[in-house]
Design a protein around this ligand. Structure first.
Ligand SMILES: *Cc1c(COP(=O)(O)O)cnc(C)c1O
Length: 331
């Protein structure tokens, strides 16, 4: 334990995920769990894909954002919310804020996919741009919060965000029963933390893997070293996992729940996008196939087993997507 480790009481637990599911009922979509015989044949496993590309605003992030904002008190609702994100958290906060009648300001990198910037503005969010490779969005958001009295909602390191994210796994296990293994894309670890709370309860024997892009494997390094490792901004196709470090809440939760953290090279992602399009008939963003890419790499180990893959989102510019499918784009 490091000196500034959070007290255990500050960490969300399984009942918090169940409570989040109650708040999200009737607001978030219950997303489908898709199967494909041909993908089963390709991997040798029985694979269940939890498809959060069909979630509202196109990614699981809606779950955490709506859950967090729905717990604002009257003063916080009146003050408004500020968040930063490379895309999906911003969209999620913008949509959740609109549904709850709260004003939202979003700090986003100027090279974020155009579709994510447009969608955030489309939900009525006010967008403030910054240069991802030159600056850190956290102090920009903190400054806006201080000067305008806005409530800051972080993208992953918040108990309500973690509990909300965990509701996807709750639905998955309700549908599939216990699984032998579950593969989860890993950025800042909100999703993996929430998923871990559920997996340890619903399927204690289930192996749980966080999956990062190789270029941004801070989670794997952190697990190996036993402390949070911060990396330089990684260049990767998986823009939803371009985070620099796990959080004070997510690091201990990830550490207690995961079997391992795996990393996959960017060039494994386009073939997975193609397979998901071909066999599941769905459009997803590069970050969403990190889990499938890791399963392919580990296929021998999971032959004949029941495996879950969290498909996290579908927000991708169609031009970029077409180029990735065709193999004419690698960034
Ligand atoms: C945010 C995001 C992730 C990573 O989630 P964390 O909670 O940051 O680990 C994965 N996939 C998509 C599509 C995302 O938007």
């Amino acid at each position: 334990m490091t000196a500034d480790a959070v007290p255990a009481a500050a960490l969300p637990r399984y009942p918090d995920v169940v409570a989040a599911a109650a708040r999200l009922a009737g607001v978030a979509h219950r997303t489908p769990v898709l199967r494909s015989r041909l993908l089963d044949a390709r991997t040798g496993a029985e694979v269940h894909f939890k498809c959060e590309n069909f979630q509202r605003m196109g990614a699981f992030k809606f779950r955490g954002a709506y859950h967090a904002l729905s717990r604002f008190d009257a003063d916080q609702r009146a003050a408004g919310v500020v968040a930063y994100s490379s895309g999906n958290h911003a969209q999620a906060v913008a949509l959740a804020a609109r549904l709850l009648g709260i004003e939202a300001t979003l700090v986003m990198p100027e090279d974020a996919p155009e579709s994510k910037l447009a969608a955030t503005r489309g939900y009525g969010g006010k967008v403030v741009l910054y240069d991802r490779y030159a600056g850190d969005p956290a102090p920009i958001a903190a400054d806006l919060a201080a000067r305008r009295g806005l409530v800051f909602v972080p993208p992953f390191d918040h108990p309500d965000i973690i509990a909300g994210a965990g509701t996807a796994a709750l639905e998955l296990f309700e549908e599939t029963g216990p699984l032998d293994a579950l593969f989860v894309p890993l950025g800042g670890g909100g999703l993996l933390s929430g998923t871990g709370l559920v997996a340890r309860e619903a399927a204690p024997g289930c192996a749980l893997f966080g999956v990062e892009p190789e270029a941004g494997d801070d989670g794997r390094q952190s697990l190996a070293r036993g402390e949070i490792v911060t990396i330089d901004p990684p260049r990767t196709l998986a823009d939803g996992a371009q985070t620099l470090a796990l959080g004070k809440l997510t690091f201990p939760l990830v550490r207690e729940a995961v079997t391992d953290i795996l990393a996959v090279p960017d060039d494994a992602l386009a073939p997975c996008l193609r397979d998901v399009a071909t066999y599941l008939k769905i459009v997803v963003e590069p970050t969403a196939v990190l889990g499938l890419a890791a399963l392919y790499a580990e296929a021998e180990r999971w032959r004949g087993k029941r495996v879950g893959v969290l498909v996290t989102g579908g927000n991708v510019d169609l031009g970029r997507y077409a180029g990735l499918l065709a193999g004419t784009r690698t960034s």
